[in-house]
Design a protein around this ligand. Structure first.
Ligand code: AMP
Ligand code: ZN
Ligand code: FE
Ligand code: FE
Length: 286
Protein backbone atom coordinates (compact mmCIF):
# COMPACT_ATOMS: atom_id res chain seq x y z
CA UNK A 1 0.00 0.00 0.00
CA UNK A 2 1.11 3.52 -0.80
CA UNK A 3 1.72 5.81 2.13
CA UNK A 4 1.75 9.57 2.33
CA UNK A 5 -1.06 10.75 0.10
CA UNK A 6 -4.75 11.06 0.59
CA UNK A 7 -6.94 8.28 -0.70
CA UNK A 8 -10.61 7.69 0.12
CA UNK A 9 -12.49 4.48 -0.74
CA UNK A 10 -16.16 5.40 -1.14
CA UNK A 11 -17.72 1.99 -1.75
CA UNK A 12 -17.63 -1.03 0.55
CA UNK A 13 -19.99 -3.41 2.33
CA UNK A 14 -20.05 -4.61 5.93
CA UNK A 15 -21.81 -7.42 7.79
CA UNK A 16 -24.85 -5.10 7.95
CA UNK A 17 -25.46 -6.19 4.34
CA UNK A 18 -23.46 -8.76 2.38
CA UNK A 19 -19.88 -8.04 3.46
CA UNK A 20 -17.89 -10.31 5.76
CA UNK A 21 -16.22 -7.68 8.01
CA UNK A 22 -18.04 -5.70 10.68
CA UNK A 23 -18.10 -1.89 10.34
CA UNK A 24 -15.39 -1.56 13.01
CA UNK A 25 -13.21 -4.20 11.28
CA UNK A 26 -13.55 -2.26 8.01
CA UNK A 27 -12.33 0.91 9.75
CA UNK A 28 -9.34 -1.01 11.14
CA UNK A 29 -8.57 -2.41 7.68
CA UNK A 30 -8.91 1.04 6.07
CA UNK A 31 -6.30 2.39 8.48
CA UNK A 32 -4.04 -0.61 7.87
CA UNK A 33 -4.34 0.00 4.11
CA UNK A 34 -3.37 3.66 4.63
CA UNK A 35 -6.69 5.12 3.59
CA UNK A 36 -7.53 8.55 4.93
CA UNK A 37 -11.18 8.64 3.86
CA UNK A 38 -13.96 6.07 3.76
CA UNK A 39 -17.67 5.58 3.24
CA UNK A 40 -19.43 2.32 4.14
CA UNK A 41 -22.14 1.81 1.54
CA UNK A 42 -24.21 -1.18 2.62
CA UNK A 43 -27.12 -2.30 0.45
CA UNK A 44 -30.31 -0.50 1.55
CA UNK A 45 -29.23 0.01 5.18
CA UNK A 46 -27.33 2.59 7.22
CA UNK A 47 -27.12 0.44 10.34
CA UNK A 48 -23.29 0.51 10.18
CA UNK A 49 -23.69 4.09 11.36
CA UNK A 50 -23.49 5.48 14.05
CA UNK A 51 -21.29 2.69 15.53
CA UNK A 52 -18.86 3.23 12.66
CA UNK A 53 -18.86 7.00 13.15
CA UNK A 54 -18.12 6.68 16.86
CA UNK A 55 -15.28 4.24 16.11
CA UNK A 56 -13.81 6.44 13.36
CA UNK A 57 -13.72 9.49 15.65
CA UNK A 58 -11.15 7.68 17.82
CA UNK A 59 -8.88 7.34 14.77
CA UNK A 60 -7.40 9.51 12.01
CA UNK A 61 -9.85 8.11 9.46
CA UNK A 62 -12.39 10.50 7.91
CA UNK A 63 -15.71 8.67 7.60
CA UNK A 64 -18.72 10.03 5.71
CA UNK A 65 -22.22 8.58 5.46
CA UNK A 66 -23.09 6.34 2.54
CA UNK A 67 -25.49 3.72 1.26
CA UNK A 68 -26.06 1.75 -1.95
CA UNK A 69 -29.74 1.72 -2.87
CA UNK A 70 -31.25 -0.91 -5.14
CA UNK A 71 -33.64 0.36 -7.82
CA UNK A 72 -35.12 -0.78 -11.11
CA UNK A 73 -35.40 0.90 -14.50
CA UNK A 74 -36.88 -0.75 -17.58
CA UNK A 75 -36.82 -4.07 -15.72
CA UNK A 76 -33.10 -3.74 -15.10
CA UNK A 77 -31.47 -3.54 -11.70
CA UNK A 78 -29.67 -0.23 -11.09
CA UNK A 79 -27.56 0.59 -8.03
CA UNK A 80 -27.52 4.15 -6.71
CA UNK A 81 -24.96 5.36 -4.20
CA UNK A 82 -25.96 8.12 -1.81
CA UNK A 83 -23.51 10.12 0.29
CA UNK A 84 -23.32 12.90 2.82
CA UNK A 85 -26.88 12.75 4.20
CA UNK A 86 -27.16 12.83 7.98
CA UNK A 87 -27.19 9.27 9.42
CA UNK A 88 -29.99 10.64 11.66
CA UNK A 89 -32.14 11.48 8.62
CA UNK A 90 -35.64 10.12 9.19
CA UNK A 91 -36.25 10.20 5.43
CA UNK A 92 -33.36 7.78 4.82
CA UNK A 93 -34.30 5.61 7.83
CA UNK A 94 -37.91 5.29 6.61
CA UNK A 95 -36.77 4.42 3.09
CA UNK A 96 -34.43 1.75 4.51
CA UNK A 97 -37.39 0.23 6.41
CA UNK A 98 -39.39 0.09 3.17
CA UNK A 99 -36.46 -1.67 1.50
CA UNK A 100 -36.25 -4.09 4.41
CA UNK A 101 -39.92 -5.04 3.94
CA UNK A 102 -39.48 -5.30 0.18
CA UNK A 103 -36.53 -7.65 0.68
CA UNK A 104 -38.29 -9.88 3.22
CA UNK A 105 -41.11 -10.41 0.71
CA UNK A 106 -38.76 -10.81 -2.29
CA UNK A 107 -36.54 -13.29 -0.44
CA UNK A 108 -39.60 -15.36 0.49
CA UNK A 109 -40.57 -15.48 -3.18
CA UNK A 110 -37.09 -16.71 -4.09
CA UNK A 111 -37.17 -19.34 -1.30
CA UNK A 112 -40.57 -20.57 -2.56
CA UNK A 113 -39.18 -20.94 -6.08
CA UNK A 114 -36.14 -22.79 -4.74
CA UNK A 115 -38.41 -25.13 -2.72
CA UNK A 116 -40.40 -25.84 -5.88
CA UNK A 117 -37.09 -26.76 -7.53
CA UNK A 118 -36.38 -29.21 -4.67
CA UNK A 119 -33.88 -26.94 -2.93
CA UNK A 120 -35.68 -26.00 0.28
CA UNK A 121 -34.05 -23.46 2.59
CA UNK A 122 -35.44 -21.95 5.78
CA UNK A 123 -35.14 -18.23 6.51
CA UNK A 124 -32.96 -19.18 9.47
CA UNK A 125 -30.58 -21.09 7.19
CA UNK A 126 -30.26 -18.00 5.00
CA UNK A 127 -29.70 -15.56 7.83
CA UNK A 128 -26.32 -16.51 9.24
CA UNK A 129 -25.90 -13.13 10.88
CA UNK A 130 -25.90 -12.47 14.59
CA UNK A 131 -27.24 -8.96 14.05
CA UNK A 132 -30.93 -8.28 14.68
CA UNK A 133 -32.92 -8.68 11.44
CA UNK A 134 -34.00 -5.03 11.45
CA UNK A 135 -30.38 -3.91 11.39
CA UNK A 136 -29.22 -6.33 8.79
CA UNK A 137 -30.05 -6.65 5.12
CA UNK A 138 -30.43 -10.12 3.64
CA UNK A 139 -29.64 -10.36 -0.04
CA UNK A 140 -29.19 -12.93 -2.73
CA UNK A 141 -25.52 -13.50 -1.73
CA UNK A 142 -26.82 -14.86 1.62
CA UNK A 143 -29.20 -17.17 -0.25
CA UNK A 144 -26.36 -18.25 -2.56
CA UNK A 145 -24.11 -18.94 0.41
CA UNK A 146 -26.83 -21.03 2.12
CA UNK A 147 -27.28 -23.00 -1.12
CA UNK A 148 -23.55 -23.84 -1.09
CA UNK A 149 -23.77 -24.86 2.58
CA UNK A 150 -26.68 -27.22 1.82
CA UNK A 151 -24.78 -28.76 -1.10
CA UNK A 152 -27.27 -27.61 -3.76
CA UNK A 153 -24.47 -25.88 -5.70
CA UNK A 154 -20.72 -25.94 -5.37
CA UNK A 155 -20.12 -22.17 -5.54
CA UNK A 156 -22.09 -18.98 -4.95
CA UNK A 157 -21.49 -18.02 -8.58
CA UNK A 158 -23.11 -21.27 -9.67
CA UNK A 159 -26.17 -20.38 -7.57
CA UNK A 160 -26.48 -17.07 -9.46
CA UNK A 161 -25.71 -18.56 -12.87
CA UNK A 162 -28.19 -21.42 -12.59
CA UNK A 163 -30.94 -20.27 -10.23
CA UNK A 164 -31.08 -16.84 -8.64
CA UNK A 165 -29.34 -14.46 -11.06
CA UNK A 166 -31.60 -12.00 -12.94
CA UNK A 167 -33.82 -13.93 -15.37
CA UNK A 168 -32.91 -17.37 -13.94
CA UNK A 169 -35.67 -19.81 -12.89
CA UNK A 170 -35.69 -19.06 -9.15
CA UNK A 171 -35.17 -15.28 -9.47
CA UNK A 172 -37.82 -12.86 -8.34
CA UNK A 173 -37.43 -9.10 -8.57
CA UNK A 174 -40.33 -8.61 -6.14
CA UNK A 175 -41.57 -5.08 -5.68
CA UNK A 176 -39.09 -2.29 -6.21
CA UNK A 177 -38.46 1.44 -6.26
CA UNK A 178 -37.74 3.45 -9.38
CA UNK A 179 -34.49 5.29 -9.96
CA UNK A 180 -36.37 8.61 -10.14
CA UNK A 181 -38.04 8.18 -6.75
CA UNK A 182 -34.76 7.05 -5.20
CA UNK A 183 -32.93 10.16 -6.46
CA UNK A 184 -35.78 12.36 -5.26
CA UNK A 185 -35.69 10.82 -1.82
CA UNK A 186 -31.90 11.18 -1.53
CA UNK A 187 -32.28 14.86 -2.43
CA UNK A 188 -35.06 15.33 0.11
CA UNK A 189 -32.56 14.01 2.69
CA UNK A 190 -30.00 16.53 1.34
CA UNK A 191 -27.77 13.70 0.17
CA UNK A 192 -25.86 13.31 -3.09
CA UNK A 193 -27.07 10.72 -5.61
CA UNK A 194 -24.46 8.89 -7.67
CA UNK A 195 -24.75 6.28 -10.45
CA UNK A 196 -22.94 3.22 -9.05
CA UNK A 197 -20.60 1.17 -11.27
CA UNK A 198 -22.02 2.45 -14.61
CA UNK A 199 -19.84 -0.17 -16.30
CA UNK A 200 -22.27 -2.84 -15.11
CA UNK A 201 -25.28 -1.23 -16.80
CA UNK A 202 -25.34 -3.34 -19.94
CA UNK A 203 -28.55 -2.04 -21.49
CA UNK A 204 -27.65 1.11 -23.46
CA UNK A 205 -31.18 2.56 -23.28
CA UNK A 206 -31.08 2.27 -19.49
CA UNK A 207 -27.73 3.99 -19.47
CA UNK A 208 -28.96 6.75 -21.78
CA UNK A 209 -31.93 7.34 -19.48
CA UNK A 210 -29.74 7.42 -16.37
CA UNK A 211 -27.52 10.06 -17.93
CA UNK A 212 -30.53 12.38 -18.33
CA UNK A 213 -31.62 12.02 -14.69
CA UNK A 214 -30.76 14.54 -11.95
CA UNK A 215 -27.81 12.65 -10.48
CA UNK A 216 -25.02 14.54 -8.72
CA UNK A 217 -22.25 12.21 -9.76
CA UNK A 218 -21.05 8.99 -11.29
CA UNK A 219 -18.75 6.28 -9.95
CA UNK A 220 -15.92 6.73 -12.42
CA UNK A 221 -13.31 4.77 -10.51
CA UNK A 222 -14.22 1.19 -9.70
CA UNK A 223 -12.16 -1.71 -8.43
CA UNK A 224 -12.85 -4.20 -11.18
CA UNK A 225 -12.14 -1.93 -14.16
CA UNK A 226 -8.97 -0.86 -15.85
CA UNK A 227 -7.68 2.67 -16.48
CA UNK A 228 -9.21 3.00 -19.93
CA UNK A 229 -12.63 1.86 -18.75
CA UNK A 230 -12.51 4.32 -15.83
CA UNK A 231 -11.39 7.13 -18.17
CA UNK A 232 -14.52 6.70 -20.27
CA UNK A 233 -16.84 7.23 -17.30
CA UNK A 234 -14.76 10.04 -15.86
CA UNK A 235 -15.07 11.87 -19.20
CA UNK A 236 -18.84 11.35 -19.36
CA UNK A 237 -19.25 12.57 -15.77
CA UNK A 238 -16.99 15.60 -16.28
CA UNK A 239 -18.97 16.62 -19.37
CA UNK A 240 -22.09 16.69 -17.23
CA UNK A 241 -20.35 18.65 -14.48
CA UNK A 242 -20.93 15.78 -12.07
CA UNK A 243 -18.85 14.62 -9.13
CA UNK A 244 -16.62 11.69 -10.03
CA UNK A 245 -16.61 9.22 -7.17
CA UNK A 246 -14.82 5.90 -6.77
CA UNK A 247 -14.37 2.89 -4.59
CA UNK A 248 -13.48 -0.75 -4.42
CA UNK A 249 -16.90 -2.36 -3.71
CA UNK A 250 -15.05 -4.38 -1.07
CA UNK A 251 -17.18 -7.22 0.39
CA UNK A 252 -14.50 -9.13 2.37
CA UNK A 253 -13.85 -12.79 1.69
CA UNK A 254 -16.97 -13.38 -0.47
CA UNK A 255 -15.37 -11.29 -3.24
CA UNK A 256 -11.65 -11.79 -2.60
CA UNK A 257 -10.49 -9.97 -5.74
CA UNK A 258 -11.92 -6.66 -4.51
CA UNK A 259 -9.55 -5.28 -1.88
CA UNK A 260 -10.35 -2.26 0.28
CA UNK A 261 -8.56 0.75 -1.20
CA UNK A 262 -7.91 -0.68 -4.65
CA UNK A 263 -10.05 2.11 -6.08
CA UNK A 264 -10.35 5.53 -4.52
CA UNK A 265 -10.84 9.28 -4.89
CA UNK A 266 -8.39 12.05 -4.11
CA UNK A 267 -8.57 14.57 -1.30
CA UNK A 268 -10.33 17.32 -3.32
CA UNK A 269 -13.26 15.09 -4.23
CA UNK A 270 -13.47 13.63 -0.74
CA UNK A 271 -13.53 17.07 0.92
CA UNK A 272 -16.48 18.17 -1.26
CA UNK A 273 -18.46 15.18 0.00
CA UNK A 274 -17.19 15.55 3.55
CA UNK A 275 -18.10 19.27 3.73
CA UNK A 276 -21.58 18.42 2.52
CA UNK A 277 -21.80 15.70 5.16
CA UNK A 278 -20.61 17.96 7.98
CA UNK A 279 -23.06 20.70 6.95
CA UNK A 280 -25.93 18.18 7.06
CA UNK A 281 -24.88 16.97 10.50
CA UNK A 282 -24.85 20.57 11.74
CA UNK A 283 -28.37 21.12 10.32
CA UNK A 284 -29.74 18.07 12.16
CA UNK A 285 -28.18 19.25 15.45
CA UNK A 286 -29.58 22.80 15.17
P1 AMP B 1 -29.85 -8.42 -3.98
O1 AMP B 1 -29.63 -6.95 -3.70
O2 AMP B 1 -30.30 -9.15 -2.79
O3 AMP B 1 -30.75 -8.61 -5.17
O4 AMP B 1 -28.42 -9.03 -4.34
C1 AMP B 1 -27.64 -8.33 -5.26
C2 AMP B 1 -26.19 -8.71 -5.08
O5 AMP B 1 -26.01 -10.05 -5.54
C3 AMP B 1 -25.28 -7.86 -5.94
O6 AMP B 1 -24.83 -6.72 -5.24
C4 AMP B 1 -24.13 -8.80 -6.24
O7 AMP B 1 -23.20 -8.79 -5.17
C5 AMP B 1 -24.80 -10.18 -6.25
N1 AMP B 1 -25.12 -10.61 -7.62
C6 AMP B 1 -26.16 -10.25 -8.38
N2 AMP B 1 -26.17 -10.88 -9.57
C7 AMP B 1 -25.07 -11.66 -9.57
C8 AMP B 1 -24.49 -12.58 -10.51
N3 AMP B 1 -25.06 -12.81 -11.70
N4 AMP B 1 -23.35 -13.20 -10.16
C9 AMP B 1 -22.77 -12.98 -8.94
N5 AMP B 1 -23.25 -12.14 -8.02
C10 AMP B 1 -24.39 -11.48 -8.32
ZN1 ZN C 1 -23.08 -6.49 -2.26
FE1 FE D 1 -23.63 -2.56 -6.60
FE1 FE E 1 -21.66 -2.45 -3.85
Amino acid sequence: MIEGFFRADLHCHSTCSDGTLSPVEIIELALKNNLQGLSITDHDTISAYPVALAASLKTSLNLISGIEFSAMHRNTSVHILAYSFSPESQIIKDFCSKHQNRRIQRNREILSLLALSKMPLTEKEVDCSELPPTEHIIGRPHIASAMVKKGYVSTMQEAFNLYIGEGKPCYSAGSYFSVEETIDLIHQARGLAIIAHPHLVENSRVLQDLLTMPFDGIEGYYGRFNKEQCARWVKIGEKKGWLITGGSDFHGTIKPTLQLGNSWVNENTFRVLQNHFLANQEKIKS
